[in-house]
Design a protein around this ligand. Sequence first.
Ligand code: URP
Ligand code: ZN
Ligand code: ZN
Length: 467
Amino acid sequence: MRYDTIIRHGTVVTASDVFKSDVGIVDGRIVAMATGLTDADEIIDATGLYVMPGGIDSHVHLDQPSGPDILMADDFESGTRSAAIGGNTTVLAFCMQEKGQSLREALKAYHAKAEGRCHIDVSFHLVVTDPSPEVLGQELPALVADGYTSIKVFMTYEGLRLRDDEILSTLDAARRTGALVMVHCENEDAIRYLIGRHEAEGHLEPKYHATVRPIAAEREATHRALSLAEITETPIVIVHVSNRQAMEEIRRARERGQKIAGETCPQYLMLTADDLDADALEGAKYVCSPPPRDRESQEACWQGIEQGVFDLFSSDHCPFRFDDPEGKLNARGRRHFRWIPNGIPGVATRLPILFSEGVMKGRIDLNRFVAITSTNHAKLYGLYPRKGTIAIGADADITLWDPERFTMLTNEMLQHGADYTPYEGLAVRGWPVRTIVRGKTIVKDEKLTGSLGYGAYLKRERSSLTR
Ligand code: URP
Ligand code: ZN
Ligand code: ZN
């Protein structure tokens, strides 16, 4: 048989196995796995490299309206470019419903933003901010049938948060339709109360972003979300978990028999609230929600990764420029932490950081790395087995990793739209030296080799958790 491409002499890693095999690709799909494959238009030598499923980052914000005079630093072009540089082959971005807007209208706008602008494959989660009877009763069932099988709800942010009765009706609609619900768990009323206290005391610097969003506000909202999910009998994902107490809520809910997935992110392993307490408003660079916590929370999140509390390791890439009047240091943000846009860039650094800090430092094995950065994302968000594994019949979405390469992270190499990375100067061991999407090399040694618009929109099946 003649192949379009053969990846030869590499070590294939999946969520369950590590083995020597060549990989034969025809028409963008894996058609053969064996040693000694020959006869192809293109032969890629993977000697000394790991051949892994491409990263799937299921928590990415791109080209999202973020308040008056604030501009998100990445659109679909720059965001998917940076994702590819960091070894990803698929991202799931958010389609934000505006109040009063139908979900179909919102989707039309996001499809227009993404159309012809993606380097890697993309799909959308629906953010429900206006759960009207029409949205939940008519739109959602039709959209789930059309392949939009996940939604996100917020318990914080004025204008986005849902009240408990709205969360209940959204969860109920999700249970009936089979949509998977992601929940951002922080208690908005508690945060408002603390903001008021800080304002009265004149405490307005970036570091106070962390103190108005304490662990108790996240733990309480996590407990409430899990209780509402139990009452409605609906599986949910608790996203961007930052600390042990929220993790314990997830553990307890699972022990009660609930179907729950948990997600954490690099910022909760690598940053602390001390990073927000830097000179000259530098702390604004690290403002995200939930905020990074302390060393003990970092250790807890590592344990959650090792022990299976977390199924997903995502970036929560939500990039804003730092030194920019439309970014972190906008006129109001300079004066009050409340107006610093929340979110940090991370789509390119997620995989190298976990590979280096997790695999190379012996905290997790290669299989767990693949599971929480790719396979579980595909399963939970209805892309498996087309995506998220290396198997015959799957899309040839493959990242080649050089486990020995040392790299010092710099903002420039990440090729995103932000003017900083929170991880500037971090030394990582192991690097994604080639990113292949549906059989085509789109990044080689940090250089884009693909063509803009190659990335395709992915219609998804229902989640493994809601089936
Ligand atoms: O600060 C963050 N995480 N911003 C992104 C929006 C969200 O809550 O995921
Ligand atoms: Zn969130
Ligand atoms: Zn997010």
